[in-house]
Design a protein. Structure first.
Length: 173
């Protein structure tokens, strides 16, 4: 009988340690966060233009283009101290993914965001009557492949350079 009990204990420990995610609860006086974290410590190559969310010493940290420790991976929920929902969403290896919902302290839905692998695709905002106030798809900026700037950014930089040159010329006179 002892051998069977030990075998079951070892088997359950082995299954638990192989779980893809672990659940972490972080409580503060104002909020309670429940988040799933990658338990397999999958190594990914971060992309410089994306913000990664990760856990270190029960603190959620966001960093553009990199991470340390354990990536958030799975369900995320945050509640106000009055137990009302504040935020509900999903992470996929440190990146916001799928639908994210945000509420005020009274439980009124404020906005819904749609994310795909860390890229915001759509935002809906709501007014106090819970009617849709705005809804807008997020357009992806076209980047110049050489130096990763959008055409709009390049024009702004060029315009600023022209102003600087003109000011320098005026100062010489």
């Amino acid at each position: 009988m002892k051998i069977i009990s030990i075998f079951i204990l070892l088997l359950s420990t082995s299954i638990y340690s192989q779980a893809k995610v672990r659940i972490v609860v972080i409580s503060t006086p104002k909020t309670k966060i429940t988040v799933e974290v990658d338990n397999q410590h999958k190594k990914i190559k971060p992309k410089n233009n994306k913000t990664y969310y990760w856990l270190k010493a029960k603190n959620i940290i966001s960093t553009q283009g990199g991470y340390q420790e354990s990536l958030l991976h799975g369900n995320y929920s945050e509640n106000y101290s009055n137990h009302q929902l504040k935020i509900l969403g999903t992470f996929k290896y440190g990146l916001k993914h799928k639908t994210w919902k945000y509420w005020d302290k009274n439980g009124q839905l404020q906005k819904i965001e749609t994310w795909v692998n860390g890229e915001l695709k759509h935002v809906q905002s709501f007014n106090k009557e819970n009617k849709e106030k705005t809804s807008k798809p997020i357009k992806k900026k076209k980047l110049d492949k050489k130096n990763k700037q959008t055409k709009k950014d390049k024009k702004a930089v060029k315009k600023e350079d022209e102003k600087t040159t003109n000011n320098q010329q005026n100062n010489k006179k």
